[in-house]
Design a protein around this ligand. Structure first.
Ligand code: SF4
Length: 275
């Protein structure tokens, strides 16, 4: 979590494939852009989480840190939480000692002592929203009224501008080059394609966290006008996933999507030709 001392310090950690997915012609050019703060390290979809953490120095209002302390503080509150009640509110299961919920399409849980229980890789972009939901979420039924990030109140002070750059811009970049993205998202997170919200070309509603549906609207590029992508939330989202939950969940999804696009591109590039 520091500013790099020179371009080579960033370059050393890149994949060096010059794949151009970041919008630069070479990894070296991208490293230069990161060093000059023209690009964020997470704009390279091949940078792994440790590299992103190493060079991510800008945060919401330039002060946000998703440190382990934050996660540990939330976990420390678990023994005071009625996990059976949380299970009832979020359509989960509680067996007397651990709560299990469907998170990002996978089983994710926590024991009464505060130990995370899951078969998937635990990173902070899953752990933070999960814990926010369990510890601070209200479990309110969604209303069907959609609002933008800037209309939500309990978002730990994240500005819309920061959210837009970190979450919506990355998803839009992927959507521009990956036509099957939205079908794949519906498969992975559970959800449905819907028609015609806000005049968008493609709308999907996803259910990455229980009682926290998100709607992604994508406008294709047309007649020299750039594409656009906006994420909307049910107006109860910041009650069910308060604090840092909404931002970290969307940032995590954005990163997952970027990785998905890389795998998709590799599959298309390397699949054997059928003659
Ligand atoms: S996306 Fe990453 S690996 Fe590809 S050229 Fe850019 S920096 Fe290099």
């Amino acid at each position: 979590m520091s500013k790099p001392k020179n371009v080579m310090e960033v370059f050393r950690h890149l994949e060096k494939s010059n794949c151009k997915a970041c919008g630069e012609k070479t990894c070296l050019a991208f490293a230069g852009a990161v060093f000059q703060s023209r690009k964020q390290i997470n704009e390279c979809p091949k940078a792994d989480e440790s590299v992103i953490e190493l060079f991510t120095h800008e945060r919401s209002n330039d002060s946000f840190e998703m440190g382990d302390d934050y996660i540990e503080d939330l976990k420390a509150k678990i023994p005071e939480i009625d996990l059976a009640d949380v299970a009832a509110h979020y359509n989960g299961k509680f067996d007397g000692s651990r709560l299990m919920l469907k998170i990002l399409g996978k089983d994710f849980g926590i024991s009464s002592e505060g130990r995370l229980v899951t078969n998937i890789h635990v990173n902070r972009f899953v752990a933070v929203p999960f814990l926010e939901l369990v510890v601070n979420g209200k479990g309110i039924d969604p209303t069907g009224e959609w609002v933008s990030f800037r209309e939500l109140k309990k978002t730990a002070g994240f500005s819309y501008d920061f959210f837009h750059r970190q979450c919506e811009v990355g998803m839009k970049r992927v959507a521009d080059s990956y036509p099957d993205l939205f079908e794949d998202l519906v498969d992975i997170f559970g959800g449905e394609k819907i028609d015609g919200m806000l005049g968008a070309d493609i709308d999907v509603v996803l259910h990455p966290f229980p009682k926290v549906p998100i709607m992604i609207c994508y406008w294709k590029p047309e007649d020299g006008v750039e594409s656009d992508l906006n994420i909307y939330f049910d107006k109860t989202a910041d009650s069910n996933l308060p604090g840092r939950g909404i931002y970290t969940a969307c940032y995590g999804i954005s990163r997952m999507i970027e990785r998905l696009s890389v795998r998709h591109a590799e599959f298309v590039t390397y699949r054997p030709r059928v003659l």
